[in-house]
Design a binder for this molecule. Structure first.
Ligand SMILES: NC(=O)c1ccc[n+]([C@@H]2O[C@H](COP(=O)([O-])OP(=O)(O)OC[C@H]3O[C@@H](n4cnc5c(N)ncnc54)[C@H](OP(=O)(O)O)[C@@H]3O)[C@@H](O)[C@H]2O)c1
Length: 323
């Protein structure tokens, strides 16, 4: 099979399309013919070894120390079940499914093998593979956020980084829950945020939401420039800061900050679950969430796809068409 492989950490050019042996499903495993994946912020972090401060040591088992531990990136996929191992009952050949490879990675290849119990569900029949896969990375992250901090109708919710993969899903999910949503974006992405349901948009180049004087019940921090030390000022008493991006110090201090302030400081960790994949597809079925695809690349264009994601400016998802 063909796969996008990287053997050393570095820039986009370390990734190359190579031939690899096609995997064979063992008992309890599912072989998936991948139609589409995305190149995500997670792939960028793995490839460039660009991890939040202090997390390199903790993440070494997944990322690798001197060389990458996972040769094929890709944290999500949409595709068709090609074969199943002994004992598999949930899926059968021909099923169209969508889900997360998660920390196993491997989505940037023509085939991937996952345990039957992996975070994957049936793809809605009327949805393309590209649209389906574009919902997963951001959507499941937001599912984890709202499990930790359910959003109530009327809540004032701010999404910092509202035009990224996580941000677009956060705006849509908060709006679906009945919140009043403020999106923080660049001026060029204001219209996108409004189209997703944001009631207010703050252009981060003109205004710092932290010192604007308005208070929020929930802040999704998806950028990395609003740790509790800053965001505290913009939180109502009892409010919650969801740290989608957080460094080691932020993780370790969250408990103490919560106790001292009476607010909730919640580091979000990556825990792929099928129910979290279902979350975004349930919202999509109700018309309350839809995919935002910035660009689509083929597997042969993988270096250009990484180069674009590296700009840090993508809107929603960058899709990799494989099948
Ligand atoms: N904890 C977890 O489990 C988890 C899961 C997923 C992602 N993450 C992390 O969460 C972060 C966000 O992920 P993502 O997939 O949403 O990233 P992404 O799609 O790469 O985000 C790109 C977006 O960020 C916006 N942006 C850049 N600087 C900004 C600023 N100063 N203020 C507001 N928006 C800004 C850009 O908009 P403009 O062009 O308008 O600036 C762009 O649309 C990443 O660091 C990722 O590694 C963590």
């Amino acid at each position: 099979m063909r796969a996008a492989v990287y053997r050393k950490f570095g820039g986009p050019e370390v990734v190359r399309v190579e031939e690899m042996p096609k995997p064979v499903p063992k008992a309890g495993e599912v072989l998936i013919r991948v139609a589409a994946s995305t190149v995500s912020a997670g792939d960028h972090r793995m490839r460039a070894k660009d991890l939040p401060r202090g997390l390199g040591f903790l993440a070494a088992a997944v990322v690798g120390v001197f060389a990458p531990r996972k040769r094929v990136l890709g944290m999500d996929f949409a595709g068709t079940v090609e074969a199943v191992g002994e004992g598999v009952t949930t899926f059968k050949p021909g099923d169209e499914i969508v889900g997360l490879t998660g920390n196993a990675f491997g989505g940037h290849a023509e085939y991937v093998v996952l345990p039957e119990t992996a975070a994957m569900i049936a793809k809605p029949a009327g949805m393309s593979f590209e649209d389906a896969v574009a919902l997963v990375f951001g959507g499941h992250t937001v599912a984890e956020c709202v499990r930790q901090c359910p959003i109530k109708p009327g809540d004032e919710v701010l999404v910092n980084g509202a035009s990224g993969a996580v941000g677009v899903a956060a705006v849509q999910a908060a709006k679906a829950a009945g919140a009043v949503v403020t999106a923080v974006t660049s001026a060029g992405n204001a219209e996108l945020a409004r189209s997703l349901g944001a009631d207010h948009v703050i252009d981060y180049a003109r205004e710092d939401f932290v010192s604007a004087g308005k208070l929020y019940d929930v802040i999704f921090e998806c950028v990395g420039n609003a740790p509790f030390g800053r965001a505290d000022k913009a939180l109502k008493p009892g409010g919650a800061l969801l740290l989608v991006i957080v460094d080691l110090m932020g993780m370790l201090s969250a408990g103490g900050q919560s106790r001292r302030s009476g607010k909730r400081v919640i580091p979000i960790s990556f825990k792929p679950k099928a129910e979290d994949v279902r979350f975004e597809f349930d919202l999509a079925a109700k018309g309350e969430m839809w995919s935002v695809i910035d660009r689509t690349y083929t597997l042969d264009e993988i270096v250009e796809a990484h180069r674009y994601v590296d700009t840090g400016r993508k809107r929603g998802a960058v899709v990799l068409r494989i099948g």
